[in-house]
Write a protein that binds this ligand. Structure first.
Ligand code: AP5
Length: 215
């Protein structure tokens, strides 16, 4: 499947993407995970992105588009991909349209995961993430705790709270989402490719996507 997953920070895009990869071998492409990996590795891109991310601001479109143009041409995307956290602005969506045309890739659907703000705030303050940049498994101290406290079930690395998980950064990320990313819902609605799904249950989101695609 070739999908875009839209939704506010904490809507569960990463959680749903990881579940969907198991359905047909599509790969999760999370711009947030890629950027956090670059920051951890101390690359030039990571150095440029870090301050924006820690404040809860978006990283400039030019950096994101260069990164995604390369990623979408890697061979593992042939089976399908789940874009998690991208596009995030109208200019990114327009540039993605052009890029997909250039690469002759057809998107199946854009899924908007809709979750109330109070649920989102609770999820983000209780989320924990694996510190290993090549794992980045997602946990939640309330709803999805690891089997052993503080340790990733998958790779054994410590699980941590993300740098952008402070109350100030979370609230700034939600404002940024409302200003810059929420307009993408009507952008894709007009194209006729959008499906909105209530995201209170990730299983229900996965079910809605797979039945829409006949999988
Ligand atoms: P990014 O990593 O993309 O963060 P985000 O969009 O803010 O999304 P999150 O990862 O916070 O949430 P999610 O929807 O994936 O939820 P999750 O599944 O983890 O981006 C980080 C930063 O990178 C940005 O602020 C920006 O600076 C930069 N960036 C990234 N992409 C960019 C772009 N395209 N352009 C410019 N800048 C970019 O779930 C959240 C929690 O809830 C978890 O604890 C999970 O266990 C729990 N949970 C999930 N589903 C459920 C459920 N159904 N029931 C109970 N708990 C649940």
């Amino acid at each position: 499947m070739k999908l875009i997953l839209l939704g506010a920070p904490g809507a569960g895009k990463g959680t749903v993407a990881k579940m969907l990869t198991k359905v047909d071998g599509s790969v999760q492409i999370s711009t947030g995970d890629i950027l956090r990996g670059e920051v951890q590795a101390g690359t030039e891109l990571g150095k440029q992105a870090e301050a924006y991310m820690n404040r809860g601001d978006l990283v400039p479109d030019s950096l994101i588009m260069g990164m995604m143009e390369k990623r979408l041409q890697q061979p593992d995307t042939k089976k399908g991909f789940l874009l998690d956290g991208f596009p995030r602005t109208i200019p990114q969506a327009e540039a993605l349209d052009q890029l997909l045309r250039k690469l002759s890739i057809h998107l199946d659907m854009v899924v908007n995961i809709d979750v109330p703000r109070d649920v989102i705030l609770d999820r983000l303050t209780t989320r924990r993430t694996c510190s290993n940049s090549s794992c980045q498994a997602i946990y939640n101290v309330k709803s999805m705790p690891p089997k052993k406290e503080g340790i990733c079930d998958k790779c054994g690395s410590p699980i941590v709270q993300r740098e952008d998980e402070t109350v100030e950064a979370i609230s700034h990320r939600l404002d940024t989402y409302n200003q810059k990313t929420a307009p993408l819902v009507s952008y894709y609605q007009k194209k006729g490719t959008l499906k909105s799904v209530h995201g209170t249950s990730s299983d229900a989101v996965v079910q809605a996507v797979t039945s829409e695609l006949g999988l």
